[in-house]
Design a protein around this ligand. Structure first.
Ligand code: PLZ
Length: 450
């Protein structure tokens, strides 16, 4: 299996090579870390205490001159590569023209163009409209506002292991206590959590898992009380949990039959990441409303809600907005990023990355019994790590493997309610050599530590 070539325009002026010239972290990063500790609130965590000075493609260059392989993409953001040339050009042109007007005060074409692209690319051929925001959490908040306005109902159903953000409403929708919610309540009311489909642990078919969730909604919430079911088609922070086939279609049909708005949170899975434009496409699920962010704009803050025109227009004039939502520079970045995904055929490339990664991870699994599962789609792949012979989470081994990778200059992330999932989100432009080198390091870390 080999990865398809990319057009010349994707070349980065930073050599796509790993290179360690100091310990990780090096002395300059250490010094900055001391300043960070003094100046920045401790609640803002750090995965890797290495300060970045430049980046290109799938390489991060730190202040000590080390070049790290990026298997995190800043949590699924820089899908088109860091500092992608098309994104940089669009941003530079826009920033020199004007930086802000507030779209609600005096509009500009870039915002409309991004909404047109969203309406075209998201699942379904129906008439759609979009609205733009700054962060994923803000998009989820607005999707809920819109669903409540449309249905004139209040209850919101979410699932176990869900992650939807850190604002008050989205904390209530997020499942995991530590670190996201602990001590930060009281949380928004009228949020109900039902079981999801987690094939490794529940052993249920998609239909059985859907029946379990639907029964709980009907019996404990009341179907006619529910404004929206909000679900990540593949859970991100929850541990790249891919529901059993049929689960999402069954849940979506139940929503349609009961006048419930089915909201797919594709903030992490969207924009080519999973080897399709959107993860819902893998099962032909057409959400009523979809939230996007992260990969949409190549690293600039932008998020969106896209949905059926009649649902989106249920919010009254002036009911949606915000000072910066759909900022012109972020919109220019999104236009560049979407163009790069199309010209670089990154949907296909994400699917090819899955083939390369799965083959290598299966080889590692064959010698490491702690790896209970390899899952995900496209360039969103993870392994779940357990005590061998059980399904008991091993968060200590997970953290140790991640740390060993970091020490060798490979940025990997962890995830999961039990912090026992090692996840990989490489930029979709990563070269096959870099990807294989990173996998060599992951392989060695597992063999050494387990
Ligand atoms: N919905 C599915 O993945 C953000 C969180 C990082 P924001 N995931 C990364 C952290 O620890 O804060 C996310 C997501 C899904 C919503 C969000 C929220 O997006 O842009 O971080 O607000």
């Amino acid at each position: 299996m080999s990865l398809p070539n990319l057009p010349e325009s994707f070349a980065s002026d930073i050599a796509q090579e790993r290179s360690l010239v100091t310990a990780i972290p090096g002395p300059k990063s250490d010094a900055l870390m001391k300043r960070r500790t003094e100046a920045v609130a401790r609640g803002v965590g750090t995965t890797l205490p290495v300060f970045i000075e430049r980046a290109g493609g799938a390489i991060l260059v730190d202040v000590d001159g080390n070049q790290l392989i990026d298997l995190g993409s800043g949590i699924a953001v820089t899908s088109v590569g860091n500092a992608n040339a098309e994104v940089v050009k669009k941003v530079q042109d826009q920033v020199a023209l004007f930086t802000h007007t507030c779209f609600m005060v005096t509009p500009y074409a870039g915002y409309v163009e991004v909404c047109e692209a969203l309406n075209r690319l998201t699942p379904g051929e129906h008439h759609k409209r979009s609205a733009l925001f700054n962060s994923g959490a803000e998009a989820v908040e607005n999707a809920v506002k819109i669903a409540r306005a449309y249905t004139k109902r209040q209850a919101v159903v979410v699932v176990e292991h869900a992650y939807h953000g850190r604002t008050n409403l989205t904390m209530a929708m997020t499942a995991k206590d530590m670190p996201y919610k602990h001590g930060f309540g009281p949380f928004a009311s009228d949020i109900y959590r039902v079981p999801t489909s987690y094939p490794l642990h529940d052993g249920l078919s998609g239909d059985e898992a859907a029946r379990q969730a639907i029964t709980k909604i009907v019996k404990e919430v009341g179907a006619d009380q529910v404004a929206a079911v909000v679900i990540e088609p593949i859970q991100g922070e929850g541990g790249f949990i891919v529901p059993a086939a049929g689960f999402l279609p069954a849940l979506s049909s139940f929503c349609t039959e009961n006048g419930i708005v089915f909201i797919a949170d594709e903030i992490q899975t969207g924009f080519a990441r999973t080897g399709a434009w959107f993860a819902c496409d893998h099962e032909g699920v057409i959400p009523d409303v979809i939230t996007t962010a992260k990969g949409i704009a190549g690293g600039l803050p932008l998020a969106a809600v896209t949905g059926r025109a009649e649902i989106m227009d249920a919010a009254h004039v002036g009911g949606l907005g915000g000072t910066y939502g759909g900022n012109p520079v972020a919109c220019a970045a999104a236009i560049g990023s979407i163009q790069a995904m199309e010209s670089g055929n990154l949907v296909t490339r994400a699917a090819a990355i899955e083939q390369v990664m799965r083959a290598r991870l299966e080889q590692i699994q064959a010698k490491v019994p702690a790896i209970a599962d390899i899952r995900g789609r496209g360039a969103m792949i993870a392994v779940e790590i357990v005590k061998p012979g059980t399904l008991e989470p091993d968060d200590a081994l997970t953290a140790a493997v991640a740390k060993a990778c970091h020490g060798q200059g490979v940025v990997v992330l962890t995830a999961g309610t039990y912090s026992n999932v090692l996840r990989f989100l490489p930029p979709l432009v990563i070269s096959e050599e870099l990807l294989n080198e990173a996998l060599d390091i992951i392989d060695a870390a597992f063999v050494d530590l387990s």
